[in-house]
Design a protein around this ligand. Structure first.
Ligand SMILES: Cc1cc2nc3c(=O)[nH]c(=O)nc-3n(C[C@H](O)[C@H](O)[C@H](O)COP(=O)(O)OP(=O)(O)OC[C@H]3O[C@@H](n4cnc5c(N)ncnc54)[C@H](O)[C@@H]3O)c2cc1C
Ligand SMILES: *[C@@H]1O[C@H](CO)[C@@H](O)[C@H](O)[C@H]1NC(C)=O
Ligand SMILES: *[C@@H]1O[C@H](CO)[C@@H](O)[C@H](O)[C@H]1NC(C)=O
Ligand SMILES: *[C@@H]1O[C@H](CO)[C@@H](O)[C@H](O)[C@H]1NC(C)=O
Ligand SMILES: *[C@@H]1O[C@H](CO)[C@@H](O)[C@H](O)[C@H]1NC(C)=O
Ligand SMILES: *[C@@H]1O[C@H](CO)[C@@H](O)[C@H](O)[C@H]1NC(C)=O
Ligand SMILES: *[C@@H]1O[C@H](CO)[C@@H](O)[C@H](O)[C@H]1NC(C)=O
Length: 488
């Protein structure tokens, strides 16, 4: 009997909920000298607040490391106690994955680790794992008039962004954020710290560039940079496609153009219930932009609303949505939304009419503030498609289009009946596309997907290798979240 009782008690301990381990975790963090947010303090509230207020999760503890040794200490405590742990950088995950994507995780709030140091002689920047993009961009500019390509929102963290892709208004010209990475310092699940690059731990380095959140915590990135151009031109052109036929005709012209457009041009089609824009950034002056887009303007009947020459900081501010560039802690900006994404090649007649039919018949009935952003991701002159598609774990280099579907409410809660809008938009488009000819982007996640579907959609043909690497570096899934890589 005694033996059975002991066995039951042991079982109880093993299956204890993370919150039952809170006191032990707190003791462990404190003896390891890891700074933490005390529950209920204003820092706790800020650090636990999701960007997407629809997905609010309660951490079991929040560590606030300021050194790599603190990160190691925190991971050692999590591993010892069997608590799941996740890094949080900018906190901008649409699925709140920086908060674990569910209750009861140890959060490593990295945003106090945001140093950026540019070596002006090599052009290589050392960027701490908790910096936000606007801060990184302003530092690189101030320290040497340099930069690299990445997304537009200054509050987005370089961590989540560059570890999973990082697409922005420079990417057709200059590639993904992860294409500028040359090395990273990573704390692994067993709390050892290693450097990875093409020559050190190359498998880990491969996984870091596309699925980094599942294999470790990056405390420092090394990025190469380029000297930023003196003159760029950002632009907005409106198209008015009043009927389904005109929209199909316009989209056909758009995709033919996207396949061939010059490397210097970056463009997206931004569809909302109120307007449709072609917009982006041209590496060159206004006359160059006009010449580059003339063929598309003629076929889509687009009319320019803005063609603005400016320097590097001007375009960053323009695309940064009015926020000051240099974002750090505290950052307190939120929305309430549901999202999903898609990658496809050019659509054939059936697929185009499925897309436009859903858009005109159903999407236009949705009175919430939704949009579809169609990035001209690939194409024959895109820097994204230049590297070998298997050279990093980012699985979808070759696709022509990257779509972000976004559906939000200004205030209040997102209705449970609201998910169908995006889900049906996506499934109407994919209905006549073969299974292996589309994918999704983990940085524009669909938080409603189950883990197996999510892994397949995000990592496609790279999933098997990623799961093998995951098994080698994190066999007990310390860095678990609901859409991460599972050990094979
Ligand atoms: C307003 C807005 C604009 C956006 N614009 C773009 C855009 O233009 N282009 C684009 O490609 N994406 C864009 N995104 C998406 C963005 O790239 C992703 O949400 C990204 O993952 C956010 O990174 P984060 O560090 O801010 O998020 P977090 O929620 O902090 O982290 C996201 C994931 O990365 C992990 N992670 C973060 N830091 C580290 C680290 N140092 N080490 C290990 N794992 C880490 C987290 O554990 C989590 O799984 C945008 C998002 C928002 C909200
Ligand atoms: C870095 O180099 C750029 C030119 O490449 C120069 O303009 C700038 O002053 C240099 N900055 C420092 C801090 O040396
Ligand atoms: C990783 O590389 C950086 C930069 O070269 C170096 O400063 C650091 O000591 C290295 N860390 C480890 C753990 O090797
Ligand atoms: C552009 O305008 C021309 C001339 O009016 C018209 O024939 C064509 O269908 C229009 N195209 C689109 C995509 O609106
Ligand atoms: C488009 O492609 C799908 C899938 O391959 C196919 O079923 C469909 O018939 C194609 N439509 C046209 C018009 O070619
Ligand atoms: C297309 O959208 C409609 C309207 O929401 C929906 O009823 C239908 O099931 C969708 N089709 C597919 C294949 O998802
Ligand atoms: C930690 O894990 C890495 C990756 O699996 C391994 O190479 C290393 O030997 C481990 N270190 C210790 C101390 O176990």
């Amino acid at each position: 009997m005694l033996q059975l009782g002991a066995f039951v008690a042991l079982l109880g301990l093993a299956s204890a909920s993370p919150f039952e381990k809170a006191a032990a975790l707190s003791d462990c963090l404190s003896s390891a000298g890891v700074p933490t947010d005390a529950t209920g303090t204003s820092d706790w509230k800020l650090d636990a607040a999701p960007y997407n207020l629809r997905l609010n999760y309660t951490p079991v503890a929040i560590a606030v490391p300021t050194t790599a040794a603190h990160v190691q200490g925190a991971i050692a405590c999590a591993a010892k106690l069997g608590v799941k742990a996740n890094a949080k950088c900018g906190g901008h995950s649409y699925g709140s994955f920086g908060l674990g994507g569910e209750d009861g995780h140890l959060i490593l709030e990295l945003d106090r680790m945001n140093n950026v140091v540019l070596d002006n002689s090599t052009g290589i920047a050392r960027v701490e794992g908790g910096a936000r993009l606007g801060h990184v961009a302003s530092e690189l500019y101030n320290q040497g008039k340099r930069g690299f390509s990445h997304g537009t929102c200054p509050g987005v963290g370089v961590g989540g962004h560059a570890l999973h892709g990082g697409y922005g208004v420079s990417s057709h010209t200059k590639g993904l954020a992860l294409d500028w990475m040359v090395g990273a310092t990573v704390v692994l699940a067993n709390s050892t710290i290693v450097n990875c690059s093409e020559t050190e731990h190359p498998d880990l380095y491969w996984a870091v560039r596309g699925a980094g959140s599942s294999v470790g915590v990056v405390t420092e990135f090394r990025f190469k940079t380029f000297v930023v151009p003196e003159v760029l031109t950002f632009y907005v052109a409106v198209v008015r496609w009043a009927t389904e036929d005109k929209a199909i005709e316009g989209l056909k012209a758009v995709q033919e153009f996207a396949e061939e457009m010059p490397a210097e041009l970056n463009m997206r089609l931004f569809i909302t219930p109120r307007f449709i824009n072609l917009e982006g950034l041209y590496y060159g002056d206004k006359a160059g932009l006009q010449a580059a887009v003339a063929p598309l303007v003629a076929k889509t009947n687009a009319t320019f609303q803005l063609q603005q020459e400016g320097g590097w900081l001007d375009q960053l501010k323009h695309f940064g949505g009015g926020l000051p560039l240099d974002q750090g802690h505290p950052y307190d900006f939120h929305e309430t939304f549901y999202s999903s994404s898609l990658y496809t090649n050019a659509l054939n007649q059936t697929q185009l009419s499925d897309f436009v039919n859903y858009w005109f018949k159903y999407a236009k009935q949705n009175k919430r503030d939704w949009y579809v952003q169609l990035d001209f991701h690939g194409g024959k002159n895109s820097a994204v498609t230049k590297p070998d598609p298997d050279s990093t774990s980012y699985a979808h280099r070759d696709y022509l289009f990257m779509y972000l579907f976004y559906d939000r409410v200004d205030k209040g809660i997102f209705p449970a009946s609201g998910f169908g809008h995006i889900q049906n938009f996506v499934s109407n488009i994919t209905e006549s596309i073969p299974e292996n000819d589309w994918g999704r982007y983990i940085n524009y996640p669909d938080p409603n997907l189950d883990q197996n579907t999510a892994q397949t959609n995000y990592w496609g043909s790279h999933l098997d290798k990623l799961q093998a690497i995951k098994k080698a570096v994190d066999p007990t899934d310390v860095f678990h979240y609901p859409q991460g890589i599972l050990p094979e």
